[in-house]
Design a binder for this molecule. Sequence first.
Ligand code: FES
Length: 572
Amino acid sequence: MTKKPLRSRHWYGGADKDGFIHRSWMKNQGFPDQVFADKPVIGICNTWSELTPCNAHLRTLAQGVKRGVWEAGGFPVEFPVSSLGETQMRPTAMLFRNLLAMDVEEAIRAHGIDGVVLLGGCDKTTPGQLMGAASVDLPTIVVSSGPMLNGKWRGKDIGSGTDVWKFSEAVRAGEMTLAQFMGAESGMSRSAGVCMTMGTASTMASLVEAMGLSLPQNAALPAVDARRMALAHLTGMRIVEMVGEDLRLSQVLTKKNFENAIVANAAVGGSTNAVVHLLAIAGRAGIDLTLNDFDRLGGHIPCLVNCMPSGEYLMEDFCYAGGMPALLKQIADHLHADAPTVSGKPISTQWAEAENFNEDVIRPIDNPLVEAAGIRVLKGNLTPDGAVIKPSAATPELLTHTGPAHVFESIEDMKATIDDPDLPVTSDTILVLKGCGPKGYPGMAEVGNMPIPRRLVQEGVRDMVRISDARMSGTAFGTVVLHACPEAAVGGPLAVVKTGDQIKLDAAAGVLELLIDEAELAERLAQWKPAEPEFDRGYAKLYVDHVMQADRGADLDFLIGGSGDVVRRESH
Ligand code: FES
């Protein structure tokens, strides 16, 4: 039962030349007349790709969605959009998140569909799809890829990404052989799915669930668990109902839903990447979300999910312990219980019956893994528009630290010199990396967790304060200050830091200061000159010309907001 005529009738409902054209060519796939007779058309927006290994199984999952759509009386149509494989794309998948968002937006708007199921999982696919879908605002629901099974190697569980960083440092320290390192490769990624640590992919899937954008248990069910296929089936049924209810994405993307996501991000020990992605999605949805909201709402929230990189377990364990519903129940007092969801019911219904089956994996609120674990926003003369740090992944003693800077002017400079035995650094040194922000890299690469200099690794140093305008993989850890705004490439103060300058970090107080005279800083900034533009054509030029800073979600300035779902002209 629909409240108003289906949008798809403008494509498939006409007894005229245009209706003939839209239906006839679709019939070449073997669809009979009745599928075009007033059934809700459900687009399954699929980021499947063999070059995105984390999403490579999504055509199979789409079959589950289709079963549900057919069962509920809809007409499912699967369509591809760009896919972004985090581990496969150069210079960084983040460069293309906004391109995916444009692709998703235009593909949804251009076609005769009434509702959308977003199938994604690898880091940038979830936010890119939500950004695009928000700018069209049809009824929309998410099914995530699901995490890989736990990695296994030499009798131990190993985690995607997190153990790569650890093993790589162990090789550099001479504590692990190269043969052992290579041997871990196959054991780390042994099933379909996304990184099974609480990296960016599982963070975004967890936040999708906390925001009520999916059915419960979407985040943690392993990709290969038969229950994920059942979840896809139920999602297919639900999206047909959502079309009938005209329950649009904007009704679920409220400020309350974003605020719940910020709280949940702290409680799961989620990725710093969630900050830029939530800001970007909010920008599309017309929600006034700022960096300050992360401090205000998340800063005091404890981390309860004992998953790598903050803890020791993996997403499969999180699933068996009860998953997001059990976690949300623990933090219910900090959430908006009445926030809307795709189910049409308040979010509190998702945790009402939840149980915690392993209190070491999902810690009770009075026995957290880390107190006050939410992303902290750092401001001061070095980052006037903000930077972020993830306390749950940092070394507690380094969260308050003053030391001399050692500056790398570029990623190439860092790579060429980091292992120089004569690099003038000690464990007190603060490593500073420039030129890795949205415009500078371009694309704001995940290189902020730069390696510890080899000489120090061999002396047993495992963490140092590191500062950059880059991002960091959600699977990574360390006392790493990220997303410095404004970035060096646009003349932010980071651009004029010199080796030897003293820098003060006080994460609890939210302070990051370059300890030089105000006049000296002003003089250096006045002398600063931008680099010559590197790109004169194509998407990279469009991106560099229009990308906003990290505190605005690194979206393109002309993509803020939405254009709705109306297309006024026919194609013939
Ligand atoms: Fe795709 Fe981690 S690389 S989710």
